[in-house]
Ligand binder design. Structure first.
Ligand SMILES: Nc1ncnc2c1ncn2[C@@H]1O[C@H](COP(=O)(O)OP(=O)(O)OP(=O)(O)O)[C@@H](O)[C@H]1O
Ligand SMILES: [Mg+2]
Length: 510
C-alpha cells in the first residue's frame, strides 16, 4: 500500500535551534500514527511543516506520491490536511459555527453569507459528535474543553484525508476524551490518516496503531504499538531507562497553612472545608467539572464566594483579587496556563520573575537583575527548559517548555502555599519526574501544596492526603493506604458513601 503522506529527510532550523534533523516518516490511510517525544523534541514543528505553517530548511513532504509545496496553511487544507494545533485558535467573539467556517464561509447563490446553512451543518456535526453545544453559542464563553471540541468539529467539517491532532486531550476530561476517541475511530473507518501527538502514553494502546519517537529533533524509531511496552517507549524518548517517576516520600505534617471553612459559591460549589498543612501535598481529585478549579479560584480571589471563611496561617483573610493572595505568599498555577499565565512576547527571565517582582521591587527599590537571572537559571536547569538561552522569547518555546516556565515562575515567587491545577499536563515524563522532586522539596522546606489533578496515577503517586470532590461538594477524604484508584473513583462518582473507617473491609474496597 502506498503511504498517503511521506516526509523525507526533513530538517528545520530556527535561529539558535536545530528543531528537526533528517526526519523521514510515512503515514497510511486508516491508521492512527502517534508522534511522541519530550518537550521540545520537534513534534509540533514537524506537523507545522506538514501543514504549511513552516517551510522546511531541507527535505520534502510527499502527498500521495507527489511532492507538495504549501505556501500557507490554507493550501494544505485545500489538499486535505486538517490540523488541530496545540495552541487553540478559537476566535472568541465568533459563534461556534462562525469559527468552524472561518475563511471558507458558505455563501448563498447571490453571494451573501449563508448563516442558516452554516449553522445547520455545524449543528449536524456537533450532534454527530454527541457534544452538548449549539452552533450559535459564542465560542469565547465556552470552557477550554468545549473550545477543543470546536476545533475537532472544524476538522470533521473539512472532510480531510489527513487529520493531525497536537495534544488534543490536554484540556479534556475523561468523558470528553472518550468522545474524541470515538471520533478518531470513525475517522479511521473512513480511511482517514490520523497523526496524533500526546504526552499521555496510555492513550497509545487505546487509539494508536503505530508510534514514532522523536528525540532532540531526530527520529529514534517507528514501532507497532502492539509490539512495545510503555516503558520501552519512555526509554527511547528520554534515551535512558527511567524508573518509577513518582518518588512518593512520606512527609511530616507541619503547621496549618491554609484553612477553608464552609466555602460556598451559590450554584457552583457548597460547603467546602479543608486544611492544608506545611510539609504536605494535598491532592484534589474528582471528575472534571466537580468544582475543584472553581473552589481554588475563590480561595485565590479570582472569583467571589457567597459564604465561608478562609484562613492563612491562622489569620482570616478575604481576597477580592489575586494580588492580595499573592501578597500572602499564595501561588496559583492555573489549569489554562497558555492563556492566563504567560507573557509570550517576553523572555524566560522576565516571565520567571513576574509574580515576585512587585515585592522585590519594593524591598530593593529596583529590579534585582541578578536575582532574576539566578532564579530563571535555576528553574531552567531543574525543569529542563529547552531553549537557546534565558533571554529567549517565550513564543518560540515548545508548548511544554512554556508550561515549565509557569511552574518555575511560581516556585520562584517565594510562595508558601502553592495551588497547582493540573500541573503536569503537556509536560513530558522526564520533566514530570523533576517536577515531582521540586514539589517534594518545596513541602519539605515548609511549604504547603494543594494539587488538583485528574490523573489518577499522579494523585496516588504524590499526594499525602486526597480530598475527592463530586458535584460541588467534598465527598470524602483518603489518607495513606486508602489512596487507591478504586476508592477515588467510588467517591468521585457514586452517591452512596463508601465505608472508609480504618481497617474496614467494606464491599470491594482495597
Ligand atoms: N518559531 C520558533 N522559533 C524558534 N524556535 C522554535 C520555534 N518553534 C519551535 N522552536 C524550537 O524548536 C524546538 C522544537 O519545538 P516543538 O514545538 O516542535 O517541540 P514539541 O516536540 O512540540 O514539544 P512540546 O511537547 O513541548 O509541545 C524547541 O527547541 C523550540 O524551542
Ligand atoms: Mg508541541
Amino acid at each position: 500500500m502506498e503511504p498517503v503522506l511521506q516526509v523525507k529527510n526533513i530538517s528545520k532550523s530556527f535561529p539558535g535551534v536545530q528543531a528537526l534533523t533528517d526526519v523521514t516518516m510515512d503515514f497510511f490511510s486508516g491508521e492512527v500514527h502517534a508522534l511522541v517525544g519530550e518537550n521540545g523534541a520537534g513534534k509540533s514543528t514537524l506537523i507545522k511543516i506538514i501543514s504549511g505553517v513552516y517551510e522546511p530548511t531541507a527535505g520534502k513532504v510527499i502527498l500521495t506520491g507527489k511532492e507538495a509545496r504549501f505556501d500557507s496553511p490554507r493550501e494544505a487544507i485545500a489538499s486535505g490536511i486538517a490540523v488541530i494545533h496545540q495552541e487553540l485558535s478559537i476566535a472568541k467573539d465568533l459563534t461556534v459555527a462562525e469559527n468552524i467556517w472561518l475563511g471558507r464561509e458558505m455563501r448563498t447563490k447571490s453571494g451573501f453569507l449563508d448563516r442558516r446553512r452554516m449553522n445547520a451543518e455545524t449543528q449536524k456535526i456537533l450532534d454527530f459528535m454527541k457534544v452538548h453545544l449549539k452552533a450559535t453559542q459564542i465560542a469565547g464563553k465556552l470552557s477550554a474543553a468545549s473550545q477543543q471540541m470546536i476545533e475537532i468539529a472544524k476538522v470533521l467539517s473539512q472532510n480531510a484525508r489527513i487529520v493531525i491532532m497536537d495534544e488534543p486531550t490536554s484540556s479534556l476530561s475523561e468523558h470528553e476524551i472518550d468522545a474524541l476517541f470515538e471520533q478518531i475511530r470513525i475517522l479511521k473507518e473512513k480511511q482517514v490518516s490520523v497523526i496524533y501527538i500526546t504526552h499521555r502514553l496510555k492513550e497509545l494502546s487505546e487509539i494508536c496503531d503505530r508510534v514514532t519517537v522523536l528525540r532532540d529533533g531526530r527520529k529514534v524509531a517507528t514501532m507497532m504499538v502492539a509490539d512495545v511496552t510503555q516503558a520501552e517507549i519512555v526509554t527511547s524518548m528520554v534515551g535512558r531507562k527511567m524508573g518509577d517517576y513518582y518518588h512518593k516520600r512520606a512527609h511530616t505534617r507541619g503547621k496549618e497553612m491554609l484553612r477553608v471553612e464552609n466555602l460556598t459559591r451559590a450554584g457552583v460549589f457548597s460547603d467546602v472545608s479543608f486544611t492544608a498543612y506545611a510539609g504536605e501535598i494535598l491532592g484534589f481529585s474528582g471528575l472534571v467539572g466537580a468544582g475543584r478549579t472553581e473552589v481554588m479560584e475563590s480561595v485565590f480571589g479570582v472569583t467571589e464566594s457567597s459564604a465561608g471563611k478562609i484562613f492563612v496561617e491562622g489569620e482570616e483573610v478575604k481576597f477580592t483579587e489575586p494580588k492580595q493572595a499573592i501578597s500572602k505568599n499564595i501561588g496559583f498555577v492555573t489549569e489554562d496556563r497558555r492563556r492566563t499565565g504567560l507573557l509570550l512576547q517576553k523572555n524566560i527571565v522576565e516571565n520567571t520573575s513576574l509574580p515576585s517582582l512587585p515585592f522585590r521591587q519594593k524591598r530593593l527599590g529596583f529590579v534585582n537583575r541578578r536575582w532574576e537571572k539566578e532564579a530563571a537559571g535555576k528553574f531552567m536547569e531543574k525543569l529542563r527548559i529547552k531553549a537557546p538561552g534565558m533571554y529567549t522569547i517565550l513564543s518560540t518555546l515548545s508548548g511544554g517548555n512554556q508550561q515549565k516556565v509557569i511552574l518555575g515562575k511560581w516556585m520562584a515567587a517565594d510562595s508558601k502555599i502553592l495551588i497547582l491545577d493540573e500541573p503536569t499536563r503537556g509536560i513530558d515524563v522526564n520533566a514530570r519526574s523533576e517536577f515531582y522532586t521540586l514539589m517534594n522539596d518545596f513541602v519539605e522546606s515548609g511549604g504547603a501544596i494543594v494539587m488538583i489533578s485528574s490523573e489518577m496515577p499522579e494523585v496516588i503517586g504524590v499526594a499525602d492526603r486526597v480530598l475527592v470532590m463530586r458535584e460541588g461538594r467534598i465527598s470524602g477524604e483518603l489518607t495513606g493506604e486508602q489512596i487507591t484508584e478504586h476508592n477515588i473513583i467510588k467517591l468521585a462518582s457514586i452517591t452512596d458513601e463508601p465505608d472508609l473507617t480504618p481497617g474496614s473491609k467494606g464491599e470491594g474496597m482495597e
